[in-house]
Design a protein around this ligand. Structure first.
Ligand code: MLT
Length: 246
């Protein structure tokens, strides 16, 4: 029987059985940005944990013209803002086809890329968000191996928006899988949290800690984009150091 767990904070996730699937959720904004970048034609996204690692990866990718320098973009944020010297920040609205199509993106963010790197070793690591929610649920229901939805949270702590998104996935998985499913207590709690907020995602975004930080930085339009359910119909999959669309 498939078990669905929700790690409400990254620390709650311990590498499970190798046959486990992990869905990494960072609603504001890494998950939406990754989905948007791939939807707009990015060739691959290489997630890394630090700015230094991003620079090293840039040099190793471009060494011996493995990937031409002009085809690589350094991307990501610290404190919500673009890192000095990087081509793109972390607003999904920056990741237009004009900027990212055909490019290799080396990507580091405060919470999202770290959570993703924590999951490496699971048999399947995918990216989930409101913007590709049905595609994620279909993937889980269609191949029912045990699944942990890993909330990236904020600086190791809890983020309401990630838990609500995880809860919406749980709600939909229950609908799709019927009885053949076991939910952990945290999966049940996330589901209840989603049921409580199901009518007001856009308002909720503005009430969360991360939402308020982004509002303060002038990224209000990102809040609406990041809670647009099913804007895209595919799942980014991590394999061999890269994220690509499945
Ligand atoms: C993160 O990974 O911490 C976030 O995506 C931060 C942000 O919204 O820029």
């Amino acid at each position: 029987m498939m078990t669905v767990d929700v790690a409400l904070v990254p620390e709650a996730y311990e590498m499970g059985a190798p046959e486990e699937r992990v869905v990494v959720v960072d609603v504001l904004r890494a998950s939406c940005t990754i989905v948007t970048a791939l939807a707009n034609g990015a060739e691959r996204i290489i997630p890394v944990g630090s700015v230094e690692e991003a620079e090293i990866t840039f040099h190793s990718c471009s060494a011996e013209n493995r990937i031409r320098k002009e085809e690589i973009l350094l991307c990501g944020e610290r404190g919500g803002e673009r890192i000095d010297g990087f081509g793109l920040g972390n607003s999904p609205r920056e990741y237009t086809a004009e900027k990212v199509s055909g490019k290799t993106l080396i990507y580091t963010t405060t919470n999202g890329s770290g959570a993703l790197l924590k999951a490496i070793g699971a048999s399947e690591v995918v990216i989930g968000s409101f913007t590709n929610l049905t595609a994620v649920v279909d993937r889980i229901a269609g191949d029912p191996i045990s699944t942990t939805i890993l909330c990236a949270g904020e600086q190791g702590g809890f983020s309401t928006e990630d838990a609500v998104c995880a809860g919406m996935m749980v709600e939909r998985i229950v609908g799709a899988a019927g009885g053949a499913l076991e939910l952990t207590d945290s999966a049940k709690a996330a589901r209840i949290l989603f049921q409580h907020h199901s009518d007001g995602l856009s308002g909720l975004m503005r009430e969360t800690f991360n939402g308020k930080v982004l509002l303060g930085l002038g990224f209000e339009a990102d809040l609406d984009l990041c809670c647009e359910v099913d804007r895209h119909g595919f799942v980014p999959v991590y394999d061999n150091g890269e994220l690509k669309s499945a």
